[in-house]
Design a protein. Structure first.
Length: 321
């Protein structure tokens, strides 16, 4: 549900496209990797490696976010975070984002101002620049983000390199966003630790290049659910993965929320998406870098099992299911 535009409030139609772009971009600092920022036909971003990692996502109001659950500023942060997590999952250092916003002409200009504030907040946290984009009119609010990254001499870490005998590890938190979604769906707004994780995830950007440097053989952003996304590694690598629940920490906060709502905290950890943790495989258990937690092993076969057997129920999010 979009925030109502107060009577007499300035709308995006009142401000106009180019004035709105100026408001979004004016006086914003850029990192050294931005050689030419907003204001021309295209931006120029340094890529010392000679290769550019690129990823894009589309977020649609009512599907990926609701303004009665999240503020425009939080939505802006999330839009940038979910894209930069994909770049980090390739073992690259994020360098820049480009932003596309489509919205009705009656949208309050303040909503776009707050969206951009959140985008700049997350970009600054990741040490990247918002280097350009586009604004247009549509019947619904849609945000499109393209994220860029620099491998800095590393080989990209794809989903297709896992080998039998590797260990599986994760960096970042799991289950918090799913718990936050459950809380919001029941009409509550706390505890803040889980609701905040759903509204504005904080991916471990530095963990991606760290894993690449440690010899990770495959890696993925956990966006749809741990088991579902590990399944993508299995399919791409032609291997099987067994996840051990005795190795997975279930935070006490998730236990408390599940107890209050009648949910299953371990289910949130295994299948809940949108925390944007990273999952990777490593050839040597001793080589798993600090901050990463071993949760399973890669074996011969196909698909993902939990404690040696199939997992009952959905393993993560799928559009159109």
């Amino acid at each position: 549900m979009r925030p109502d535009t107060p009577q007499g409030a300035e709308t995006v139609a009142d401000v106009g496209e180019f004035n709105l772009i100026r408001r979004i971009t004016e006086s914003r600092p850029q990192p050294k990797s931005t050689l030419l920022g907003p204001g021309d036909d295209a931006a120029v971003v340094a890529a010392s490696d000679g290769r550019v990692v690129a990823s894009t996502d589309v977020l649609v109001e009512g599907v990926h976010f609701r303004f009665d659950w999240s503020s425009p500023e939080q939505v802006g942060r999330k839009a940038v975070a979910v894209n930069l997590a994909d770049v980090a999952a390739m073992g690259a250092v994020p360098t820049a984002v480009l932003v596309g916003i489509a919205c009705p002409s009656a949208t309050a200009a303040e909503v776009v101002d707050e969206l951009s504030k959140g985008m700049w907040h997350e970009a600054t946290r990741a040490r990247v620049g918002v280097v350009g984009g586009d604004l247009t009119e549509s019947g619904n609010l849609v945000i499109s983000i393209t994220a860029l990254g620099d491998l800095r001499g590393r080989a990209p870490v794809t989903r297709g390199g896992a080998m039998p005998g590797d260990v599986v590890a994760v960096a970042g938190q799991l289950g918090f966003s799913a718990a936050g979604l459950a809380v919001l769906g029941r009409g509550f707004r706390s505890p803040v630790s889980v609701v905040g994780a759903h509204r504005s995830p904080e991916p471990p950007y530095a963990a991606g290049p760290q894993a690449a440097d440690a010899g990770a053989t495959a890696m993925i952003d956990v966006s749809d659910g741990l088991l579902a996304d590990l399944g993508h590694i299995c399919a791409a690598s032609n291997v099987a993965i067994d996840v051990r629940t005795d190795l997975i920490e279930v935070h006490q906060r998730l236990v408390d929320v599940a107890s209050a709502l009648g949910g299953d905290p371990r289910h949130w950890v295994l299948t809940g998406g949108e925390d944007h943790a990273l999952a990777a495989t490593f050839p040597d258990p001793a080589g798993v870098p600090p901050g990463w937690r071993t949760i399973g092993t890669v074996t011969r076969g196909t698909g993902v099992t939990v404690d040696g057997g199939p997992y009952a129920g959905p393993t993560g999010w799928q559009h159109w299911r």
